[in-house]
Design a protein around this ligand. Structure first.
Ligand SMILES: Cc1ncc(COP(=O)(O)O)c(C=O)c1O
Length: 371
């Protein structure tokens, strides 16, 4: 009988994957967390050129190529209007690895990590893998995370808290005031704020704000995955203060050595190249969001208006998720994202308006059947 670590026995395969298995091959999949757009041509071409020139045959520097890290720093000056030193950036295998580095470098056995509930599935699992204890924090009615709720949950054992905006699974966007407050809480209580900003460019109402603009104890996780529809390329990054980056680099060096070199060239081109495609994608998501929200409202399902990302999280009757899947549309049960997600479903609208309208018909039938 093989022996496994308690840490790995404490986690299981994501509930999202389980739902996919339950669906038929021709189902409409509104469970996927990836944009339905191609990666920009200039990003693909940059990788092809780098491969053909032989530049990607070797390891890059552990932190990533100077060109990519400069492009990331320039992105912060252009989009976020604060300075990031390219030396304080590690290119990673997607946002997932960046989250893993932040957790591994900062969590001791027994430490608590405050995570939004419902929240992205990796926060709970990566906390446990690092030996910590996740502490779920319920959300406000509008599905944003309340800084006061975070502050009141901080104990002597708290090492970090996670903020995700725009959020998966809710589409909620935190205000500038909230982000300022999160940064102050991190500084005041000397805990790390892990800010997951992988959806930062996909905002419909208002603007994205990063707590990094307001404080020191912040590690920002980001990726090309959603912004440039590059989920398969596996390219993300983490940026923070020099001492934190040095600790995260120790982990990265041993688990990854460096991010995939072709992906680094593609990411540099995506970040430094024309940004119009991001705007086009965001307008398409905004139109689809409205179609979905109108449809859900029409069938009497209450849905806080998502202000970003490409997810909506309506309250649904008991049995609704299964009834929808039985009618050929995959949606994810809210409790896959934490106990407080129960009674909700996560619907990804990264599909065409036509497909969405077809899916809404199935949801309408499921609603009638479960009311
Ligand atoms: C909130 C959030 N953070 C991080 C990730 C991981 O992104 P990546 O595919 O770049 O590893 C995802 C992916 O779905 C996500 O939704």
């Amino acid at each position: 009988m093989p022996r496994f670590s308690d840490r790995v026995e404490a986690i299981s395969i994501s509930g999202i994957r389980e739902v996919f298995k339950a669906a038929g091959d021709d189902a409409i999949n509104l469970g996927l967390g990836q944009p339905d757009f191609p990666t920009p041509d200039h990003a693909r071409q940059a990788a092809v050129d780098a491969i053909q020139s032989g530049e990607v045959d070797a390891y890059t520097s552990n932190k990533g190529t100077p060109g990519l890290r400069a492009a990331i720093a320039e992105k912060y000056a252009r989009d976020n209007r604060f300075d990031v030193d390219p030396e304080d950036v590690i290119a990673t295998a997607g946002g997932s690895e960046a989250l893993h580095l932040a957790m591994e470098a900062h969590i001791e056995a027994g430490d608590e990590v405050l995570i939004p509930d419902p929240g992205f599935v990796a926060y709970d699992a990566l906390t446990k893998l690092a030996g910590g204890t996740p502490v779920p924090i319920p959300l406000r009615d509008d599905l944003t995370l309340d800084p006061a709720a975070v502050e009141s949950a901080i104990t002597e054992d708290t090492a970090a808290f996670v903020v995700c905006s725009p959020a998966n699974p809710t589409g909620a966007v935190q205000s500038a005031d909230d982000m300022r407050e999160f940064a102050h809480i991190a500084d005041e209580h000397d805990v790390l704020c892990i800010s997951d900003e992988v959806y930062e460019r996909i905002v419909f109402d208002g603007e994205h704000h990063s707590p990094m603009a307001y404080g020191e104890n912040v590690a920002v996780v980001n990726a090309c995955s959603k912004t440039y529809s590059m989920t398969g390329w596996r390219l993300g990054w983490v940026t923070s203060t020099t001492d934190r980056i040095e600790r995260m680099l120790r982990v990265h060096q041993y688990v990854q050595a460096c991010a995939s070199a072709p992906a680094q060239y593609a990411a540099e081109a995506a970040l430094a190249g024309p940004q119009g495609i991001v705007d086009e994608m965001v307008s398409a998501f905004a139109e689809r969001r409205d179609v979905l929200l109108d449809g859900l409202a029409d069938m009497g399902l209450e849905t806080p208006t998502p202000k970003g990302a490409f997810y909506a999280m309506p309250s649904v009757p008991d049995g609704w998720v299964d009834a929808t899947i039985d009618r050929g549309v995959v949606v994810v049960p809210g409790d896959a994202f934490g106990a407080n997600g129960a009674g909700h479903a996560r619907i990804s609208y990264a599909v065409s308006v036509e497909t969405l309208k077809e899916a809404l018909e199935a949801m309408r039938e499921a609603t009638a059947a479960t009311r």
